[in-house]
Design a protein around this ligand. Structure first.
Ligand code: GDP
Length: 198
C-alpha cells in the first residue's frame, strides 16, 4: 500500500464498484491470479485529482482508490464464483470485511448504491456496519447507474439511508464523475511528494 490518501469503494455486489474503479483508472486491467484460468479485477488505481474549477487553483491531489469488494474471483467463462451459491451470511461477512479494511485505511469511503435497483436490505446492512464503526464522517454516498439525468429522481431514494444526498454518477457513461472526483479532492489532504504515486 502506498502512503497516498486512500479512497475505499464499498457496497453490496453488482452496484458497480469495480466499474467505477476502472473508470477512474482510465482503462481496464485484470490481474491474473496464480490459480490457472482465474482472474481478479484490478483492485487499486492511483489518480491525480484536479481541484474544483471555481477554486481558481492548480493544486492537484493524489489519491489511491481501492475496490475493497473487488476480490471476487472470476472463472474463464465470466461466472463469478462468489456470486454462485453465496448466502446472505457469507455476503454480509464479506462486506463487513470491506468496511473493516476501509476503517483502518481510508480517508474517504465511497459507499456505492444502485440507483436503478433502489435501496435494498443489503444496503441497509452496510449502513449499519458504517454506523457501528462511526465512519459516517468519511462517507460519500454514491448512487451509480445514473447514466443520464433522467435517473436522478430514482437515485434520490438513497437519501433515505441517512448519509446525505447521494452523488449521482454513472461508471458507464461518465455522468457526474467529474463532480464526484472534485468532492473527493475537497476531502483529502495534499501529499507533499506526488512522486510517491509512481
Ligand atoms: P460490483 O460487483 O459492485 O463491482 O459491480 P460491477 O462493476 O461488476 O457492475 C455490475 C453490473 O452493473 C455490470 O453488469 C456492469 O456493467 C453494470 N454497471 C456498472 N456501472 C454501471 C452504470 O453506471 N450504468 C449501468 N447502466 N450499468 C452499470
Amino acid at each position: 500500500m502506498s502512503s497516498l490518501p486512500q479512497v475505499a469503494i464499498v457496497g453490496r455486489p453488482n452496484v458497480g464498484k469495480s466499474s467505477l474503479l476502472n473508470r477512474f483508472a482510465g482503462r481496464r486491467i485484470s490481474i491474473v491470479d496464480a490459480v490457472a484460468g482465474v482472474t481478479r479485477d484490478r483492485v487499486t488505481a492511483v489518480k491525480e485529482l484536479s481541484p474544483p474549477l471555481e477554486l481558481d487553483t492548480y493544486d492537484t491531489r493524489w489519491v489511491e482508490f481501492t475496490d475493497t469488494g473487488g476480490w471476487g474471483v472470476y472463472t474463464t467463462d465470466d461466472t463469478r464464483i462468489d456470486d454462485a451459491g453465496c448466502d446472505l451470511a457469507t455476503l454480509t461477512k464479506d462486506i463487513e470485511g470491506q468496511i473493516g479494511e476501509a476503517m483502518d485505511q481510508a480517508a474517504v469511503i465511497l459507499f456505492v448504491v444502485d440507483a436503478r435497483d433502489g435501496v435494498v436490505s443489503l444496503d441497509e446492512t452496510v449502513v449499519g456496519l458504517i454506523r457501528r464503526r462511526q465512519l459516517e464522517d468519511r462517507v460519500i454516498l454514491v448512487a451509480n447507474k445514473v447514466d443520464d439525468e433522467s435517473w436522478e429522481a430514482h437515485a434520490m431514494e438513497a437519501a433515505g439511508l441517512g448519509l446525505g444526498v447521494p452523488e449521482c454518477v454513472s461508471a458507464t457513461s461518465g455522468y457526474g464523475a467529474k463532480r464526484l472526483l472534485e468532492k473527493i479532492w475537497e476531502r483529502v489532504k495534499p501529499v507533499e511528494t506526488p512522486a510517491a504515486a509512481e
